[in-house]
Design a binder for this molecule. Structure first.
Ligand SMILES: Nc1ncnc2c1ncn2[C@@H]1O[C@H](COP(=O)(O)OP(=O)(O)OP(=O)(O)O)[C@@H](O)[C@H]1O
Ligand SMILES: O=P(O)(O)OC[C@H]1O[C@H](OP(=O)(O)OP(=O)(O)O)[C@H](O)[C@@H]1O
Ligand SMILES: [Mg+2]
Length: 400
């Protein structure tokens, strides 16, 4: 199998991400400060001794005071991420769409930097960002050897994506439906290996090796990979699948055992920054708490209803007799006071429960069946629990 050399297992960001591998320090020192192109002048505002590739030492903690969160500057995740933060009352304030720095007024001393997803992971590793929101696929691909310096929290709201091996539905693949069958095809030899096109040049070879494919070569492209088999460039591809439309429209099929990774949006933190950067732990705590409380709340409605009854216990018993009305820890039942013939009396009780969105109508029917009226339904913003499991998990990982 022809594989790209695996990245070095040291945490040096220079060896992990050589943007200009050929540029050694001697030639760097001679870099001109402005470079002339035929149509325009591009001025580099770098001081000569600052010119280096991706900052050098891996996961350093620079002496800046501000905390930095990286968010996707473009692509499918960009808007979803901003919407999610807005829903958590952490709206990002951006002066104009082309500006790459912003802030979140609720979180003081935090800078938001908009970056391409893969650059967010690179900059977390190099210490230029402290936190980031990206796809797990990107973290696994670009942060592969350094999970010990990154800490991840799953944000379950966004679409789960699969990175999957895909082959044509036609020709020699017509009856091939699993990775085992693909591996056993006699066509793949040292002289004529299986050609796989993928953007996942680290995860792809690793996966194929684990699946026992011996004769494989990889090619890569920046996008539209599904075209590669029909163009005759590849036999199979390894790419993301979300709705499955692109795969279908290009006459490809997923195969059994071909899932490399289930991806979703994750919040990632640099472990070194968490330990050393003042204030980061508190800010991360707040972000995690808000995300967790919000993600718990998005699937629920608050339902308030009035119910005639003789006592809170009797009303509670009626409510709890219905399968969809138990709420999170049971109903809150409070007396509704009104004045009759000059006297304050309690004929009704107000009950408050949380109801899963999917079960709303069923719950309203059950409420009516036990005498509920005046049912008010409102969305929930947060459900804060006593404990934040993800926060506890983080403290555990940091040994705190
Ligand atoms: N079809 C999709 N549905 C939902 N999310 C997706 C989809 N495709 C990609 N993503 C997510 O969006 C993230 C970025 O993908 P995107 O296509 O925007 O950038 P890219 O092409 O990988 O990078 P770049 O364009 O910067 O080179 C990925 O981490 C992935 O998790
Ligand atoms: O299953 P689907 O919902 O169709 O989505 C999957 C497609 O989306 C992404 O590509 P994108 O549209 O970002 O274009 P690109 O490959 O050119 O980057 C991904 O690379 C798949 O091709
Ligand atoms: Mg694509």
């Amino acid at each position: 199998m022809s594989l790209r050399a695996p990245p070095s297992s040291t945490s040096s960001s220079c060896s992990l991400f050589p943007l200009c591998p050929g540029l050694h320090s001697a030639s760097r020192a001679r870099l001109p400060l402005s470079v002339a192109f035929p149509t325009r002048i591009v001025r580099c505002s770098l001081l000569q001794d600052q010119v280096s590739v991706n900052g050098g030492a891996g996961s350093r903690v620079s002496d800046r005071n501000e905390l930095r969160l990286g968010l996707p500057s473009k692509g499918r995740m960009a808007d979803d991420t901003l919407d999610l933060l807005k829903d958590c009352q952490l709206s990002v304030r951006k002066v104009n769409p082309r500006q790459y720095v912003a802030d979140i007024p609720q979180l003081s001393n935090l800078e938001v930097w908009f970056q391409r997803p893969k650059d967010i992971v690179r900059k977390l590793l190099s210490g230029d960002l402290d936190l980031g929101i990206v796809g797990l696929d990107i973290v696994s691909e670009y942060g592969q050897v350094t999970f010990d310096i990154l800490i991840r929290f799953d944000i379950l709201k966004c679409t789960v994506l699969l990175t999957v091996t895909q082959i044509p539905k036609y020709g020699i693949f017509e009856n091939i439906n699993s990775m085992d069958e693909l591996a056993r095809m006699p066509q793949w030899t040292a002289e004529k290996p299986l050609r796989v096109a993928t953007g996942f040049t680290y995860l792809g070879p690793k996966f194929m090796r684990e699946k026992g494919l011996k004769h494989v070569v990889f090619s890569t492209a920046d996008g539209a990979l599904e075209a590669a088999p029909a163009m005759g460039i590849a036999d199979a591809i390894l790419d993301l699948v979300s709705s499955g439309t692109t795969l279908r429209e290009n006459n490809l099929k997923e195969i059994e055992g071909g899932v490399v990774l289930e991806s979703q949006t994750v919040l990632v933190a640099s472990k070194k920054s968490l330990v050393h950067r003042k204030g980061l732990l508190d800010t991360t705590h707040e972000i995690i708490e808000r995300l967790e409380a919000h993600l718990r709340a998005v699937g629920q409605f608050t339902v308030v209803a009035n119910m005639r009854g003789n006592s809170p216990d009797e009303v509670a018993e009626r409510v709890l007799s219905q399968p969809s009305l138990a709420g999170l820890q049971g109903p809150t039942v409070s007396p509704v006071f009104c004045k009759r013939d000059g006297e304050v009396v309690v004929d009704y009780y107000a009950i408050v429960i949380c109801v899963p969105k999917k079960e709303l109508y069923k719950s309203v029917q059950q409420l009516r069946a036990i005498g509920g009226s005046g049912v008010l339904v409102s969305p929930l913003t947060y459900i804060f629990d006593e404990e934040t499991p993800r926060w506890q998990e983080l403290l555990g990982k940091l040994g705190l």
